[in-house]
Design a protein around this ligand. Structure first.
Ligand code: UTP
Length: 294
C-alpha cells in the first residue's frame, strides 16, 4: 500500500464570512491565540508523518508563502539580540525535512476545483486534504485527527473521510454521509450529498475538513458539472468515486472548531487561550473577574 506523503491545503477561498479581515489576507492566516490557522493544519499533517505540503493558493498567496519560508531579517535580528527561544520558535515553523509547494487556483471555482489544481503534485499516490479553517484538536495526549485517519487508511487501503454527528438544523452547512457500520468509528459510505436541507438530509453525519483520497478522485472531480452554489464540489467527486471504490467515513476522536465562521473562531480562541501555557492562567482569572451576565 502506498504511504501518505503529500498533504493538500486549499487556501484559495474568498473567506467572505470574515470580511473585512480577509480583504487582503487569506483567512487561513488568522491567528488563534498566537498561531495562524494554516500552521495548526500543517503541524497536524507533519505529526501524521507527512513531509510534502502543497498549498493551493489564490490572489493573497504571499502571506502563506512567507510564513513557511526563512525569515532572514527577523532571524538575524533575533540572533543579534540573543533571543534564542524566539529564534527557535520562528525556525520551527518550517522543519528542515518538510517541503512546501505552491500552486495557484486562478478562479475560486470551488473546493473540488482547488483539489484538482494539485493533481500534478501528488504523484499518482493517495494524499491528504486539510481545510485549515476547520481547526482540529486531537484528544489530550493522543494522536492528531489526521494521524488517526492515516492509521485507518493503513488498515483499509481506501479513501477515508473525517465525520462527526451534527444537530439536524446544521446539516445544510456540510457534506452529509450515509453508511454501514464497518469497524470501530468507521462507516462504509453508500451515499454522500453536499449541503442538504434538514428535510432532505439522509443522516446527521457531517464531513469535517480532513480527507485521505485515492488518486482516482481527480477523474471523478473532472467529470462533475458545477454543483451546489455553482461550484465544483469535492463532495460530488467523492460521490462519483463511490461507484468505483470503497470510501470510509471515520468518526474522529477530538474536537473541531469551524474557524471559517465567526462563532467557531471565537470558541477556538477562548478554549485554546484557556489551555495556553503562557497566557492560560491569567486569561482564566480575567474571564472570572469579568463576571459576564448572560
Ligand atoms: P469555504 O466553503 O469555507 O469558502 O471553503 P470560503 O470562500 O473559504 O469562505 P466563505 O464561505 O466565503 O466565508 C472551504 C475551503 O475550501 C477552500 C477554502 O480556502 C477553504 O479552506 N476553497 C474554497 C478553495 O481553496 N477554493 C475555492 O474555490 C473554494
Amino acid at each position: 500500500m502506498k504511504k501518505i506523503n503529500t498533504a493538500v491545503f486549499p487556501v484559495a477561498g474568498l473567506g467572505t464570512r470574515f470580511l473585512p479581515a480577509t480583504k487582503a489576507a487569506p483567512k487561513e492566516m488568522l491567528p488563534v491565540v498566537d498561531k495562524p490557522l494554516i500552521q495548526y493544519a500543517v503541524e497536524e499533517a507533519y505529526a501524521a508523518g507527512i513531509r510534502h505540503m502543497v498549498f493551493v493558493t489564490g490572489r493573497n498567496k504571499r502571506a502563506i508563502e512567507d510564513h513557511f519560508d526563512t525569515a532572514y531579517e527577523l532571524e538575524n535580528e533575533l540572533q543579534t539580540q540573543g533571543k534564542q527561544a524566539l529564534l527557535d520558535l520562528v525556525r520551527s515553523v518550517q522543519p528542515s525535512d518538510m517541503d512546501c509547494t505552491y500552486v495557484r487556483q486562478s478562479h475560486a471555482l470551488g473546493l473540488g476545483h482547488a483539489v484538482l489544481c494539485a493533481e500534478h503534485l501528488t504523484g499518482g499516490a493517495p494524499f491528504a486534504v486539510l481545510l485549515a479553517d476547520d481547526l482540529m484538536i486531537g484528544p489530550a495526549g493522543g494522536a492528531s485527527v489526521l494521524a488517526q485517519m492515516v492509521q485507518a487508511y493503513e488498515r483499509l487501503g481506501n479513501s477515508v473521510i473525517a465525520v462527526q454527528e451534527v444537530p439536524q438544523d446544521q446539516v445544510r452547512r456540510y457534506g452529509i454521509v450515509v453508511g454501514q457500520p464497518d469497524g470501530e468509528r468507521l462507516l462504509n459510505i453508500s451515499q454522500i450529498v453536499e449541503k442538504p436541507t434538514p428535510e432532505k438530509a439522509p443522516s446527521r453525519m457531517a464531513v469535517a475538513g480532513r480527507y485521505i483520497l485515492t488518486n482516482a478522485v481527480y477523474e471523478q472531480i473532472r467529470q462533475q458539472p458545477r454543483g451546489a452554489g455553482g461550484e465544483i464540489q469535492l463532495t460530488d467527486g467523492i460521490a462519483g468515486l463511490l461507484h468505483h471504490e470503497r470510501v470510509h467515513a471515520y468518526q474522529y476522536e477530538g474536537k473541531r472548531y469551524d474557524c471559517g465562521s465567526k462563532e467557531g473562531f471565537l470558541e477556538a480562541t477562548v478554549e485554546l487561550a484557556l489551555q495556553h501555557p503562557e497566557v492560560g492562567a491569567g486569561f482564566r482569572d480575567y474571564l472570572r473577574a469579568l463576571n459576564v451576565k448572560i
